[in-house]
Structure formats: C-alpha cells, structure tokens
Design a protein around this ligand. Sequence first.
Ligand code: ADP
Ligand code: MG
Length: 240
Amino acid sequence: MIRFESVEKWFGQHQVLAGVTGEVKRGEVVTLLGSSGSGKSTLIRAVTRLEAIQGGQVLFEGADVAGRGVDINRLRQRVGFVFQAFNLFPHLTVLGNITLGLERLRKMGKAAARDRAMSELDRVSLADKADALPSRLSGGQRQRVAIARALAMDPDVMLFDEPTSALDPEMVNEVLRVMRTLAQDGMTMVVVTHEIGFAREVADTVWFLDKGRIVESGAPAEVLDDPRHDRLRSFLSRAR
Ligand code: ADP
Ligand code: MG
C-alpha cells in the first residue's frame, strides 16, 4: 500500500532521512519508534507530500506520490492524517468540523454529510458532542473527533503522528482504544508513538528509526523484546 524506496530528505545541509526503505502492506499496522529528531514525522509527512523529498521515492499503491499525474487532494483524502495537536477548526462545531470536508471535497449534500459524520462520531463514542464547539471538549475527545474527521473521508490508510503525546495521561487510553478498534477492523495504519504497550499489542511490524534510517524492523516480539541495537535498547529502557 505504501512503499518507501531509499527516501532521502535534507533540511539545508542537515540530512534527516538517509535512505529509508520499507513497505506497509494492506491491513498492516506499522508502529514507528525513534528518539525525538530521528525523522519519524518527516517520513510519514512525505506520504502526503507535506514534505518534499530529495532522493528516492514514496509509492502509494504503486504510484509515486510526487508523480505528475497525482491528484494531491485526492491523495490526502485517501491517506488520513492525525497529528499530535488536534487541529480542529475552533469556530465550527464538532459536526461542522467533519461535514466541512465531506461537503467541500466529497461534494456530499448536507443531509448525507451529516449522516456520515454522525456515524463516524458514533464510532468514536462522541455522537452526543456533535453540536459542541471543540473548546468544550477534553483533549482526548478532540483527538477522537480528529480521528472521526479523517475516517469520514473513507481513507485507505491512516497515519498517526504521536496522537497521544499532547494528552493528559488519563486521556491516552480512550484514544488508544479507538485506534486499537480501528486496527482490529482491518485499517492499514502507520503509527508514530512512544506507547510501547500499544506497539507490542497492536502492531504487526515495528520500525525503529535512528538518524534517518530504519535500523531495526520486525515483529514486536522480536524488536521490542530482543533489540539488537544499543540505540534501541536505550530507547526502550527510557520508554519503560
Ligand atoms: P521526529 O518526528 O522523529 O522527532 P522530525 O522528522 O520532526 O523528527 O525531524 C527530524 C529532523 O529534521 C530534526 O533534526 C528536526 O530538527 C529537523 N527538522 C524538522 N522539520 C524541519 C524544518 N521544517 N526545517 C528544518 N529542520 C527541520
Ligand atoms: Mg515527530
């Protein structure tokens, strides 16, 4: 579904991705681990061209995302993205945040958009907050709305960039629960996270990124319980 081939990225003279190769298969959950600054966000942002790359290719369903014929808006609908900070529109209700994309991008009528939005809100157990403004919600609830909004676009893949890192500890689980259910329902997911427990339980594959390279990858049991690299060992000891 997604293939990274020798992906290289520089910010000025600073190389942040130094030849990343790996693939995410349909229905697979990949968790991406790595210290701050290792290039995790840059890598997944390259999938929807939020970052341009200077070497290699990112393929989505076999097609280069930087290719001439790519409809970038369509690509961004098919690849849902949930960021660390819930970037909901503050002046729109929860429902309005979700129907906006459905009406504008998907050209749905108001009633159909509303029905679709309500069913996604139901999926994240927030149907009762449809008419609330984001400012009235907790951080965990806002992040669940952000997930519902991405899901409403009917994506083929969901990318999560530290979705629980900005949350108070008591709200982390409600978000992880939604993500776990999504994984069980067969969604293809790439999850950047420091939640080792989530990686262990939900991931099919764990990638450990260090200085812009995947230095270790494999099943969670292999990578997390039997780390070969010192950098991963110390990362895991800090994470626990
Ligand atoms: P991670 O998500 O693993 O913490 P990032 O992908 O955000 O890492 O960043 C990788 C490296 O690229 C870091 O050294 C960071 O400082 C640098 N970087 C990220 N974004 C920019 C930018 N817009 N301009 C310059 N440097 C950047
Ligand atoms: Mg990051």
